[in-house]
Design a binder for this molecule. Structure first.
Ligand SMILES: *Cc1c(COP(=O)(O)O)cnc(C)c1O
Length: 417
């Protein structure tokens, strides 16, 4: 299986690669699975699967063509359905979520969220979205799903079992994101998914912050688990990609929606993301430890009102975080006691180690002021000063703390001016 073999009898044509069935993980720890995942059968002896660039796949005969048409996912078929490079990444991501039936890849995290939602929603349906969802998720719900006759409403992230009261007869899906974008509230995912499951409502979770190394959505009752691989899995700020990993009950419709929408990723990008995946456990441990060191230091700073980091006891949802997550990652925010967005340049412009930019999860640290305009409707945030989000990279945390100390001193001076 999966081996390129010359046809017997001097036929120069090669047979199509077949897609191997991934082996069971055998109960190995996640760090071990990260090394093995997706390598069986895809690489033909090379440690990493080669980059198979493909649109046309050649069939050896009409019988071969007909066999492919009968089961297009069993092997190479057409470039849009992937090659061993993309399959290796899909299988690796599937192996990280116990109970998953399979994974599909998308050109961005937003495309993954959009496809996951379109796979479960139809005209006339209602969608519940957590109020702390990633802003482009809201824009997709309010700016595109609404045109398809799908209504979205927003629930407070702390709602838990109270979600039952917001469910309408036409509610067909719930979009969970925990910890929430920008404000890092933790949701009671098992309470929400238990209610949804009892009523046949699909649950889609954006798990970009935690990755399956820190939280497994399917094991907590979700049907579809989304990641922006752009962030921690890619890990090097050089590739855009998203994934959806499905429970068996939702795998067929996810695959269908993905094909119908023409979603596909390049093999070059898949190889980059696969390379990132191999070091994810190491990088996350470092991101987590350094972010906690910076967060704890920030908590002691007189200019800081509070630190929004679910691993800190003062953060809303900390008890749920301890119950459900196996650890944290490197993204959090802090709230300044005074000042406004216009003043944040005094703090951020001259930092030596933090870039100002979107995205996060790369090896380099980033800092950005948060803007809540238009993206909180159920529970508008009330903070005394600006909120700064930090993505803590792989630098030495002492250097990051010294950099922020100098920034806070500049901010203090600007406040007084
Ligand atoms: C960045 C991000 C996304 C979207 O990923 P892209 O690859 O940038 O489209 C989705 N969800 C969360 C929580 C994110 O931070």
């Amino acid at each position: 299986m999966g081996r390129l073999a010359h046809q017997p009898g001097g036929d120069r044509r090669l047979s199509r690669a077949r897609r191997p069935t991934p082996p069971h993980d055998g109960g190995d720890a996640i760090a071990t699975r990260l090394v093995h995942a997706g390598r069986d059968g895809h690489a033909h002896g090379v440690v990493n699967p080669p980059v198979w660039r493909a649109s046309t796949i050649l069939f050896t005969s009409i019988a071969d063509l007909d066999a492919a048409l009968a089961s297009p996912d069993a092997g190479l078929f057409y470039g849009r359905r992937g090659t061993p490079t993309q399959w290796a990444l899909e299988d690796a991501l599937t192996a990280l979520e116990p109970g998953a039936a399979g994974t599909k890849l998308y050109p961005s995290g937003v495309a993954a969220i959009a496809t996951a939602l379109l796979s479960v929603l139809s005209a006339g349906d209602h969608l519940l979205v957590c109020d702390s969802a990633y802003d482009p998720t809201r824009l997709f719900a309010d700016g595109l799903l609404d045109r398809l006759g799908i209504t979205a409403s927003y629930y407070p992230p702390g709602i838990g079992a109270g979600i039952a009261e917001l469910i309408r007869p036409e509610t067909r899906a719930i979009l969970i994101e925990s910890p929430g974008s920008l404000t890092f509230e933790v949701e009671d995912v098992p309470a929400i998914t238990a209610i949804a499951r009892a009523r046949g409502i699909a649950t889609v979770m954006d798990n970009t912050w935690a990755t399956p190394l820190r939280f497994q959505p399917l094991a907590h009752g979700c049907d579809l688990s989304v990641q922006a691989l752009t962030k921690y899995v890619g890990g090097h700020s050089d590739v855009m990609m998203g994934s959806v990993t499905a429970a068996p009950s939702h795998w067929a419709r996810l695959k269908t929606a993905t094909y119908r929408l023409g979603q596909t990723v390049s093999p070059d990008d898949a190889a980059l993301v696969l390379r990132g995946l191999r070091t994810l456990a190491l990088r996350l441990d470092r991101h987590e430890a350094s972010a906690l060191a910076v967060a704890r230091w920030l908590e002691t700073q007189p200019l800081v009102d509070r630190v929004l980091h679910p691993a800190l006891p003062a953060c809303p949802g900390h008890a749920l975080f301890r119950r459900d997550f196996s650890g944290a990652t490197g993204l959090f925010a802090f709230v300044l006691k005074a000042g406004d967005r216009a003043l944040t340049g005094a703090l951020l412009d001259d930092l030596r180690h933090f870039g100002i930019g979107f995205s996060w999860g790369g090896y380099e640290s980033l800092a950005i002021p948060c803007d809540f305009r238009g993206c909180r409707t159920a529970v508008p945030p009330a903070f005394p000063g600006p909120v700064i989000r930090l993505s803590i990279g792989l630098e030495d945390p002492d250097d990051l703390i010294a950099d922020l100390a100098a920034g806070l001193a500049r901010y203090q001076a600007a406040l007084g001016a």
